[in-house]
Write a protein that binds this ligand. Structure first.
Ligand SMILES: N[C@@H](CCC(=O)N[C@@H](CS)C(=O)NCC(=O)O)C(=O)O
Length: 211
């Protein structure tokens, strides 16, 4: 039996942050598919009671405990396994800073834009225009950062990179032009080149969506 079970689904970049980490770290893990779209599993009272009160994926199970929030999970994994761990207090602070920024500004707007435009095919609206504007602002911040550093903390990838990489490899159309952010795009290629990299649709179950 695997040491780690990850409640996830293929379309979830937030789950991919942890799945990609586990894969790149070479840790033994098993996915547990969550029927988010059709059955609305995460919205069921029983799921919230038994798996996560926050009603969100990913959830990691290990040693009889459940862990949620990708940033907290990655931090916990780094501390307990040593893989991709920030080194020393200054790097731990830096990693936390970028994890929070990723959750609030980078992943959140881009993932919501991709959900609406790329998955739900919502078409354009003031909401998608706003989300794209915010995603562009976040992409510009990350692009500037990667002009100076190959990875978030410096020479080596860390948990902060896995967090930022959650939605970087999905191909759905979002109206975002990655080519306009060359340093960010180059970082994405460095992440793709890490041993263990697998596209999210091949790494986690549930793609294509069952009819
Ligand atoms: N900050 C959370 C975000 C998790 C998240 O939004 N997960 C989505 C799937 S990608 C979800 O389960 N959403 C359910 C909901 O918002 O009700 C994390 O990083 O784990």
């Amino acid at each position: 039996m695997s040491q780690y079970t990850l409640h996830c689904f293929a379309q979830s970049g937030n789950a991919y942050k942890v799945a990609f980490y586990l894969q790149a770290a070479g840790l033994p893990w098993t996915p547990r598919w969550v029927d988010y779209f059709k059955a609305g599993e995460t919205r069921a009272a029983a799921w919230r009671e038994q798996v996560s009160e926050m009603g969100e994926v990913p959830v990691l199970e290990h040693g009889g405990r459940r862990y949620s929030q990708s940033g907290a999970i990655l931090t916990w994994l780094a501390e307990h396994t040593g893989h991709f761990a920030p080194e020393g207090a200054e790097e731990r602070y830096e990693a936390l800073r970028w994890l929070l920024w990723d959750n609030h500004k980078f992943t959140s707007y881009y993932a919501t834009l991709r959900f609406l435009v790329g998955l739900q095919k919502s078409g354009e609206s003031p909401v998608t225009e706003f989300l794209r504007m915010r995603a562009q602002a976040a992409f510009a911040v990350a692009d500037k950062h990667f002009e100076a550093k190959p990875f978030v903390l410096g020479a080596k990838p860390s948990i902060a990179d896995f967090s930022l990489a959650g939605y970087a490899f999905y191909d759905e159309e979002t109206g975002m032009d990655w080519a306009a952010y060359p340093a960010l795009s180059a970082w994405r290629e460095r992440m793709r080149a890490l041993p263990g990299w697998v596209h999210p649709y091949a790494l986690m179950p549930g793609h294509p969506l069952p009819a």
